[in-house]
Structure formats: C-alpha cells, structure tokens
Design a binder for this molecule. Structure first.
Ligand code: AKG
Ligand code: FE2
Length: 315
C-alpha cells in the first residue's frame, strides 16, 4: 500500500522555512540523505521484503495484516498479570517511565529475573521466535523486553511538528527506524481508548514500496532530533525526499488526508492480558496517554542484520 505523501510546500507550518534554505546547506543535506539511503538499502535491502504469509495461526494474520491482537486467558494468568502490575507499581515509585528486562538469567537485571522468565515463557508458548524469524526473514534475532508505565507526563508522543502548530488527530503515527522488527505489547492495565494509550495500526501498511521505505528511513535517520528545531533541514531536501517515517504529526489538521488515514487505522483496546503482536514496518502508534496511566510489558524482536542491540539476548 502507499503511504500518504505530504506536500510540505503547502503546509503552513513548514512552508515558511523553504524560503530560508541556503543552496550550500541544501547540497550538504542532499548528500547526507543519499549516504543514509545507501546505508539503509545495503543493511536492510531484502530484509524489508515481507515473505508471503504462512497458512495458519498468529503468523498468518501477522503476515497478512502486520498486526494481530490476542488474549492471555485472564483467569489462568491472573497472578502473572498481578505480579507484572506490582512490578510496574515499583517502577512508578522510582519515577522512571520504563525498565529494561533481561531475558538471560546471567545478565544483571536489577532483580527482574522472574519477569525475564515470564517473557521467555510467553515467547515459547506463542512460538514467537519462529514467527519473528519468518516475518522478518531474519536468521538471528536480538530480543529485548521492557516494563512501561505511560502517563500524560512521559507519553511517547513522537510529536515532530513544529511547536505551536496544532496536532492533527493522526499525531504519533510512524513506523520504526531503524526497522525490521516485530514487537509484542501486553496490556497490564485496562486500556479503553486512544487517550488512555490504545494501540493503533494501519493494517497492510507493512507491505509497501521498498524505495519509499528507504527514503523515509533515510530522512528520519538523517535529521532525527534536529528537525524539531530545524525544519530547514527537511525543507532543504527535494520535495520527493521530504517524506518521513514519523509522519503522523505532519499531516494537516482537518485535512482530507487526516480523515483518510484515520479511517484506515485500527484501534486496539482491551483488558489486562490483551496482547498486540505487530510488524513495526507498518504504520502504528501506541501509549500516547492523555488520561490516566497505561501499564504494559513489551518484548521486541529485532533482526540482528541491522546491528548490535545493547542489552538484548541473541536467539
Ligand atoms: O507501546 C506501544 O503500544 C507501541 C509503541 C511503539 O510505537 C513501539 O514500541 O514501537
Ligand atoms: Fe513504534
């Protein structure tokens, strides 16, 4: 499927910056973009081609749609969920938004060993290593887990539009950079709607044109943080390359593009025990909490071909 192409020249928040681009700066940014694109194509090339989906189960739905919700049986998992909740309560008391969990018992995990064991069991019960390797066409995986307590204060908005410009309702939609990973988010608290941190995904958006993906990833890698203050760098790129992996906040509020994108987005809510397995190459957002608190466990499966993931366990 095609991702929306934003016309930054016509965007009232960005257009004024186009007039400020100096020719020599444009040259530098364009050359850097070409380098980043080559790196992405070389590292991830074929890895971004999703194979055709297996015939059954979670792997089939993940392959076809890029996202698959499922439930942990609340009855038999009550004590597990309660334990995770207690651990997140402790995390909260430290003032941190997240805590890395070591899966391998030989790593220093700050006493989180049992959660690592829970993750390993989840991975085994749902055959997640095999599913991830197939989906990513990866030989080796780096697996990492974290406990999260998202609140309005620490919400990962991935808001990238210019300060003072209103957010579109699509704010936060992105695909992951660097990429080629699948992730499992397990709701530990009840998540009612987007404002409470629901997960959103555009089904099928993980299957799309490779060139477009490379350019978007390269553009995000290139200017990443700077863009929040330096939209000039974005506007220094030729129009065709001004497309980002983190594009949700750049859609014009009230525009037709905004409503089209929203109409394609599937919002996943649920009680404690609700799991969402998703391919991060597809467009998604999650945990952008405006109200209350969202508690979750996340396990990420990363294609080792991209590079070293610090603190991960290799499978
Ligand atoms: O917490 C979530 O539901 C997903 C957040 C996200 O975008 C990610 O982990 O890649
Ligand atoms: Fe993401």
């Amino acid at each position: 499927m095609r991702l929306p192409v934003i016309d930054y020249d016509a965007h009232p928040a960005y257009a004024p910056f186009a007039g400020q681009v100096r020719a020599e700066r444009a040259e530098v940014v364009r050359a850097a973009h070409a380098d980043a694109r080559n790196l992405v194509a070389e590292r991830l090339g074929g890895h971004l081609l999703r194979p055709s989906a297996p015939d059954t189960g979670l792997a089939k739905t993940l392959g076809e749609h890029g996202v698959v919700p499922f439930e942990l049986d609340a009855g038999s998992n009550r004590s597990l969920l309660r334990y995770l909740d207690e651990r997140i309560e402790q995390l909260k008391s430290t003032g941190e938004a997240s805590q890395q969990i070591a899966l391998a018992p030989d790593r220093d995990d700050g006493g989180a060993g049992r959660i690592g064991a829970i993750c390993v069991e989840l991975i085994r019960n749902f055959d997640l290593l095999a599913i991830a390797k197939t989906q990513l066409a990866a030989e080796t995986l780096y697996v990492k887990a974290s406990l999260r307590c998202s609140t309005p204060d620490n919400a990962a908005f991935q808001r990238q539009t210019i300060t003072d410009f209103p957010d579109p309702a699509t704010v936060g939609l992105h695909f992951d950079v660097p990429t080629n990973s699948i992730k499992l988010t397990l709701f530990v608290s009840e998540v009612e709607d987007l404002e409470a941190g629901a997960f959103g995904y555009i089904p099928g958006s993980h299957r799309r044109d490779l060139d477009d993906s490379f350019d978007r990833i390269a553009t995000d890698i290139l200017c990443k943080q700077d863009w929040i203050d330096e939209p000039i760098d974005l506007m220094a790129l030729p129009n065709r390359l001004r497309q980002r992996a983190t594009f949700g906040g750049d859609i014009l509020p009230g525009s037709e593009m905004e409503s089209t994108v929203l109409s394609k987005e599937r919002i996943i809510t649920g009680p404690p025990g609700r799991c969402v397995l998703f391919d991060t190459l597809g467009v998604h957002r999650g945990g952008m909490v405006l109200r209350g608190e969202r508690r979750a466990l996340q396990i990420g499966f990363f294609d080792a071909a991209w590079g070293v993931e610090v603190g991960a366990t290799t499978f």
